[in-house]
Design a protein around this ligand. Structure first.
Ligand code: FAD
Length: 504
C-alpha cells in the first residue's frame, strides 16, 4: 500500500519534511493536510487567530502544489478518510496536543513519529528530569543550563559565554523615563494576498451562517503565514530589536505594545521557524558584536529555556495537570472579559492590554502574566476556564503552551510545580514597570476609597485569602507579614467586594 505523510496545521516548515528512512517523509512521499471545521465550531476563537491558522495552512498547501492533497472536512477523521485510501499507510510527526495524539493513535493506518520543532527529545528530557528530583523539584534554570551545555549554545568551551549563566540583573528595567515608545524601526508586518482574501470571505460566511462565532476584531493579518514571511520577521528582529531585548523585556508602554519583543511566537508555534535557527541567529549577533550579551542571553533563555521547558512539562506532568486547582479557585470568567470589552474597563492597564488582545490577538509576556493572569488570580477565577480563554484569544495559543503557562506559571494552580511562588502584584509594580498608571482613574498606592487601584486591593485580598499557604513559602512569607501591618484590611476587603465581577 502507498504511504502518505500527514502534516498538521502547526507542522508547516521545511524541518517537518526532512529525514526520510522512517524518520520523516521521503522526497516524493505524497502529503496530506486536513482543514477541520469542527476545530472552530467547538469554541469561540479570536478572529485573527482563526485567520492566521487557515491562511498559514492554505499558503503551505499552495507552495507544496501537486504534492499535497488538501482536504476540507468536518473533522480530521472524516478528512483523512476522504484523502487517502482505506488501506494506505499514513505517517505523522507526533502532534502537539494530547487530544490530537489520542486521535492519531486511535487510527489504525496511522503511524506516529518523533516530535519535530523542539530542541530536546522526550526521552532526553525524561532522563534529565528523573535525574533532577522529578515532578516537584524541577527548575527551569537548571533545565536551561543543561540545554545550553548539551546544545553548545552561547558557550565558551565549558563556560557560559561571558562567564555568567544568568544576566537578569542587567535586564528587567523599567521603560526609559518619559519615552512613549522605544526608538526602533517598526516590526515586520506581512502584506496580505489572495489567499488571505479567500480566508476572510470564508470566515465571514461561516459566521453569517451561524456555524461558528468569533471574538476580537478582524484586521490586516499581522503575523507571518509563510516560511518566507517568518524568515523576514526573524531577520528584522535580530537586526533591529534584539540588541534592546534584554533591558526592556519586562517593561510596558501604553503606546508601544511590542517594545523589543520578537513577535515570533506564532511563527514558532505554527512550525514555520525552527527554534534552533532562532537561537543560532541570536548567538551570531552576539558573536559579531551587533547585540550585547544580556539581550542575546535573555532571548536565548526564552526560547531554549522557557519555550522548551513548557513543551516538555506539558507531556511530563500528565493529563491530570489540566484540572489542577491547588488554590480552589472556581469563579466564572465574567462576560466583559470573555467578550474582550476593553472599553468598559476604567483601570488603564487592563483596558490597554485587553484592547491589544481584542485588536491583535497578542500582547507580550508581562501583560499576560501580571495584568491579565494577575487579575484573574486575584479574583479567583477557575484556572481551566482561564486557560481556555487564553488559548482561544491569542494568535500563538496552543494547548501545549497554554496549559503550563496558565495553570502553572500564571495561576499557581499546580501548587508550585512550575514556579516557586504565585505571580501577582499590586499597582506599585505596574507603576514602576510602565507608563500605564499616570492618567489612570485609580491610584496605585491607594488600597481603599474610590481611587483604590483594583490591583492593589486585589493583591492584599489574595494574600489574605491564601495566607496560610503563602506563609509557609519562603518567597512569600515576608509579603504575608505585611498584611498585619495594613491596619485596614476590612476596608480593603470591602473595596474588593465593591469592584465585584464588573469591569474594574
Ligand atoms: P518574545 O518575548 O520575543 O520571546 C521570544 C520567544 O520565546 C517567544 O516567541 C516564545 O516562543 C518563547 N517564549 C518565551 N516565554 C515563553 C513561555 N513562557 N512559554 C513558551 N514560550 C515562551 N506563548 C506562546 O507561544 N503561546 C501561548 O499561548 C502563550 N500563552 C501564555 C499565557 C500566559 C498566561 C503567559 C504568562 C505566557 C504565555 N506565553 C505563550 C509565553 C509568552 O508570553 C509568549 O511566548 C510571548 O509573549 C510571545 O511574544 P514574542 O514572540 O514577542 O516573545
Amino acid at each position: 500500500t502507498a504511504g502518505w505523510h500527514w502534516l498538521f496545521g502547526d507542522q508547516l516548515g521545511p524541518h517537518f519534511l526532512t529525514g526520510g528512512g522512517g524518520q520523516g517523509p521521503g522526497r516524493d512521499t505524497p502529503l496530506v493536510m486536513i482543514e477541520s471545521r469542527s476545530v472552530f465550531r467547538r469554541r469561540r476563537f479570536h478572529r485573527a487567530k482563526a485567520h492566521l491558522v487557515l491562511s498559514a495552512m492554505r499558503h503551505r498547501a499552495a507552495e507544496l502544489g501537486d504534492r499535497v492533497r488538501y482536504v476540507k472536512a468536518d473533522s480530521y477523521r472524516e478528512g483523512l478518510a476522504k484523502a487517502v485510501g482505506k488501506r494506505d499507510r499514513v505517517m505523522v510527526h507526533h502532534p502537539t496536543s494530547r487530544a490530537a495524539l489520542r486521535l492519531v493513535e486511535s487510527l489504525e493506518a496511522v503511524e506516529v513519529g518523533a516530535p519535530r520543532g523542539f530542541l530536546v527529545g522526550p526521552a532526553d528530557f525524561a532522563a534529565w528530569a528523573d535525574g533532577h528530583g522529578g515532578g516537584a523539584r524541577l527548575r527551569q534554570e537548571d533545565f536551561y543550563r543543561w540545554v545550553r551545555r548539551t546544545h553548545d549554545l552561547l558557550m565558551d568551551g565549558e563556560q557560559p559565554a561571558g562567564g555568567k549563566w544568568n544576566l537578569d540583573h542587567d535586564n528587567r528595567q523599567p521603560p526609559p523615563k518619559g519615552a512613549e515608545a522605544l526608538e526602533l524601526k517598526s516590526p515586520y508586518r506581512p502584506r496580505e494576498d489572495d489567499i488571505d482574501e479567500e480566508v476572510r470571505r470564508d470566515l465571514d460566511r461561516w459566521a453569517e451562517d451561524g456555524d461558528v462565532s468569533f471574538v476580537g476584531r478582524d484586521g490586516p493579518r499581522r503575523f507571518p503565514a509563510t516560511r518566507k514571511e517568518a524568515l523576514a520577521a526573524l531577520k528584522r528582529f535580530t537586526a533591529e530589536r534584539l540588541a534592546s531585548f534584554g533591558p526592556y523585556e519586562d517593561a510596558m508602554l501604553a503606546g508601544d505594545p511590542v517594545m523589543s519583543h520578537s513577535l515570533l511566537s506564532s511563527s514558532l508555534n505554527l512550525g514555520l521557524l525552527d527554534p534552533a535557527e532562532c537561537v543560532e541567529r541570536a548567538e551570531a549577533a552576539y558573536r559579531d558584536g551587533s547585540a550585547p550579551l544580556n539581550s542575546v542571553e535573555g532571548f536565548v533563555r526564552q526560547i531554549a529555556g522557557w519555550r522548551e521547558y513548557v513543551w516538555q512539562l506539558y507531556w511530563y506532568f500528565g493529563e491530570e495537570y489540566r484540572s489542577s486547582n491547588a488554590l480552589r479557585h472556581t469563579a466564572a470568567l465574567p462576560d466583559w472579559w470573555d467578550d474582550l470589552d476593553a472599553d468598559d474597563v476604567r483601570a488603564r492597564c487592563l483596558s490597554t492590554v485587553l484592547a491589544q488582545v481584542r485588536d491583535t490577538g497578542w500582547t507580550h509576556h508581562i501583560p499576560r502574566l501580571m495584568i491579565l493572569g494577575g487579575y484573574a488570580l486575584q479574583r479567583g477565577w477557575g484556572p481551566a476556564a482561564l486557560t481556555d480563554w487564553f488559548h482561544r484569544s491569542f494568535v500563538d495559543g496552543y494547548d501545549w503552551v497554554m496549559l503550563p503557562n496558565v495553570v502553572g506559571m500564571s495561576q499557581y494552580a499546580d501548587g508550585g510545580r512550575m514556579t516557586t511562588k504565585p505571580y501577582t502584584s499590586g499597582g506599585a509594580y505596574v507603576n514602576r514597570m510602565s507608563d500605564l498608571c499616570g492618567p489612570c482613574a485609580y491610584r496605585p498606592g491607594d488600597r481603599t476609597g474610590e481611587h483604590a487601584c483594583p490591583y492593589t486591593t486585589g493583591y492584599w485580598v489574595f494574600m489574605d485569602r491564601h495566607r496560610e499557604r503563602l506563609e509557609r513559602n519562603q518567597r512569600t512569607a515576608q509579603p504575608v507579614r505585611g498584611l498585619d501591618r495594613l491596619g485596614n484590611l476590612d476596608e480593603v476587603r470591602e473595596r474588593y467586594e465593591e469592584v465585584g465581577d464588573g469591569p474594574p
